[in-house]
Design a protein around this ligand. Structure first.
Ligand SMILES: [Zn+2]
Length: 385
């Protein structure tokens, strides 16, 4: 067996019950492994008043540019009811050529594949034409406040330059090789409260019903599509996810009505431009209805796109050679930490098959583990040629 065998590394990592934001030893384990390969490892702990301290790792070998970085996370989502699993989620088991365990595809095994690929690469290349680095966080699945975002700020402060980043999130819907993500949509959430006047339902002229204004606002925000999408992005979409009025009495006009919604948006918009549009829509209706409103926005990152240049094309060719699949470039799905890293480096995201991520009996095929390691290894060889 190889010293840095991807299957063994995957199993070792899955055994740490690193349910977000708990680290459970996973970051130290990786740091030790990377030190053995000659990496310079820096464990970065960040915290704030509201959230617990999070361990992150930045490791680098080589001091020349270009610096090719691999980014990932060791935290996992909770397993849910353990009784629903066919195995203990933190005691990985192989069944029918699949490795089962929490983090098997999102994304401990991907980290294992890259680590294995790097160890192989270093065995055959005593000198690198540049540097390889790892940016690993323990805070991706939850708040992502003390994770990659702060590591990126730290790297900027230290003038540490990354030339290209591979994010190892699971990107393939069904088969390894189907999808490279070259960007992500942005996400903006909003809580809106309309403040009217309470009153008797028989005397509506003596009160101001907030429900009427709320409905008018919802209709206005939803009636016109935000855009039609473009070559790399699907159309942006605003979706209402809740409407609340705390009132049980049929004869009372309530004082308040609330709604919440989320927008997944493409590169036609920014959080700032959307906020402006939303506020002006609400203001015009509230002004007409002589009613007050309170609004709160929650941003989780603007949309971004890495134009498919030479490195992405090179990765696509390697993926095709190894998987025999013609990869598509995509920007679909949820957000990832690439939204922070794009501030300092172009990113491509490619990892395992995401069919079972966050589910009971999360699993990865053993042959995919081998193939992904090979893909990552070939990318290293080509990149530093
Ligand atoms: Zn993930």
């Amino acid at each position: 067996m190889k010293n840095f065998d991807e299957l063994q590394l995957s199993k070792d990592l899955i055994k740490f019950p690193s349910i977000t934001p708990i680290d459970a030893g996973a970051i130290n384990y990786l740091s030790k492994k990377l030190k053995r390969l000659g990496f310079n490892c820096k464990i970065l702990e960040f915290k704030d008043k509201k959230n617990p301290a999070i361990k992150n790792l930045y490791a680098r070998i080589g001091n020349k540019q270009p610096n090719l970085c691999y980014a990932g996370h060791t935290d996992v989502v909770p397993p849910g009811n353990i009784k629903d699993w066919s195995v203990n989620p933190f005691k990985p088991v192989i069944k029918n050529n699949y490795l089962i365990g929490r983090g098997a595809n999102d994304m401990k095994s991907s980290i294992a594949c890259f680590l294995s690929a790097v160890s192989d690469f270093l065995k055959n290349n005593k000198k690198i034409n540049g540097s390889i680095s790892f940016l690993i966080t323990g805070d991706e699945e939850a708040q992502a406040i003390n994770g990659t975002k702060k590591v990126v700020d730290y790297l900027i402060k230290k003038k540490e330059k990354i030339d290209f980043c591979i994010v190892g999130e699971p990107t393939n819907p069904n088969k390894l090789g189907e999808m490279i993500k070259i960007g992500r949509r942005g996400s903006l959430s909003c809580n809106l409260e309309i403040e009217g006047n309470q009153g008797h339902v028989a005397y509506p002229h003596l009160s101001n019903n907030p429900i009427n204004s709320l409905i008018a606002i919802c209709r206005k925000l939803k009636e016109k599509p935000l855009d039609k999408g473009n070559k790399h992005f699907q159309p942006s979409n605003l979706e209402f996810t809740g409407i609340y009025v705390d009132n049980k009495a049929h004869n009372v006009i309530p004082a308040k009505a609330k709604t919440q919604f989320n927008i997944r948006y493409n590169n036609f918009h920014t959080a700032a431009s959307l906020k402006k549009m939303i506020i002006s829509t609400i203001k015009s209706i509230c002004k007409k209805n002589k009613i007050k409103f309170k609004i709160e926005f929650l941003t989780s990152g603007d949309s971004f796109l890495t134009k498919p240049g030479a490195t992405i094309q090179m990765a696509k060719n390697i993926i095709k050679k190894i998987t025999k699949i013609n990869t598509v470039y995509s920007t679909t799905g949820g957000t990832s930490d690439a939204r922070f890293i794009k501030k300092i480096a172009p990113c491509l995201e490619f990892g395992l098959v995401n069919k079972t991520m966050h589910k009971v009996d999360e699993c990865v095929s053993l042959s995919d583990l081998k193939k992904l390691t090979k893909i990552y290894n070939k990318i290293l060889i080509e990149y530093f040629k």
